[in-house]
Design a protein around this ligand. Structure first.
Ligand code: IPE
Ligand code: IPE
Ligand code: MG
Length: 248
């Protein structure tokens, strides 16, 4: 079979149910072009639009995007202010487009750091899109994987203190049900752009059996073909989940 045909055959396989992406490299993209970091972040938003549409077209169930980590709060107030402003603009301008594309939205992370305007727009956007039935778009904003685990532990502790959960009964599925991504399928494929090979406190609990894909492209340069390549690579993996090949 020619490699072209092999590619077509791969494309016919159903896509990963849940793709999560660490969208990294906006700053380096801007620097290479002698542009301000803000241009990199703006171009990054355009990539988000492309990738969201493409995932919807491919029939991906859930796309989780790391937009802003809890550690990103440590950047200069100028950059944090800029990212907050961009988040606000995106919430204002994109909700209608998401609605037209039948996309649902969920924003995960500690939203308390954001302005009341951003917080209410975020909740309003989620509400407006809640009746859609297509792609689940999850945006992680001021999110940290350790925060997510600590929050789940806190909620379970409260439930236990209130007598609703017996500590003896707590197992991984109980814990799972208190995490931010509880409502979605397991993360199949985790992608990070920009050549960095680390998690930077993105999903921790949720990636126990995810396939990882790291690529050199900076996020503003990532596109539909790059995503197709990641998916193709995903389909070539042998996911054994600890079992032995061919034995169940
Ligand atoms: C990713 O791009 C976007 C955010 C973290 C908000 P960066 O801003 O980290 O870009 P680099 O890594 O400096 O190139
Ligand atoms: C991770 O990228 C966060 C996002 C992409 C939103 P960073 O650029 O913040 O990560 P580090 O600092 O390189 O680990
Ligand atoms: Mg970075």
């Amino acid at each position: 079979m020619s490699s072209e045909n092999a590619g077509l055959q791969t494309n016919n396989q159903s896509p990963p149910k849940h793709i999560a992406i660490i969208m990294d490299g906006n700053g380096r993209w801007a620097k290479a072009k002698h542009l301000p970091r803000s241009s990199g972040h703006q171009k990054g938003v355009r990539t988000v639009r492309k990738i969201v549409k493409h995932c919807a077209k491919l029939g991906v169930n859930t796309l989780t995007l790391f937009a802003f980590s809890s550690e990103n709060m440590k950047r200069s107030s100028e950059e944090v202010g800029l990212l907050f402003k961009l988040f606000l603009t995106v919430l204002k301008t994109e909700t209608k487009k998401l609605k037209d594309n039948n996309i649902k939205l969920k924003i995960i992370g500690d939203l308390s750091v954001f302005t009341p305007e951003i917080q209410s727009l975020a909740r309003e956007a989620e509400k407006q899109l809640s009746n859609n039935s297509g792609l689940n778009l999850v945006i992680a904003a001021n999110y940290g994987g350790q925060w997510d685990i600590a929050e789940a532990a806190k909620k379970i502790a409260f439930e236990s203190a209130n007598g609703n959960i017996n500590p003896e009964d707590i197992d991984s599925s109980t814990f799972q049900s208190f995490t931010s991504l509880a409502a979605y399928p397991k993360v199949d494929l985790l992608i990070r752009t920009s050549g960095e090979i680390r998690l930077s406190n993105f999903l921790l609990w949720d990636i126990a059996y995810s396939e990882f894909y790291f690529c050199e492209a900076l996020w503003p340069d990532f596109d539909e073909d790059a995503l197709d390549n990641a998916i193709k690579d995903f389909h070539s993996r042998d996911r054994r989940y600890g079992e032995r090949n061919g034995e169940r």
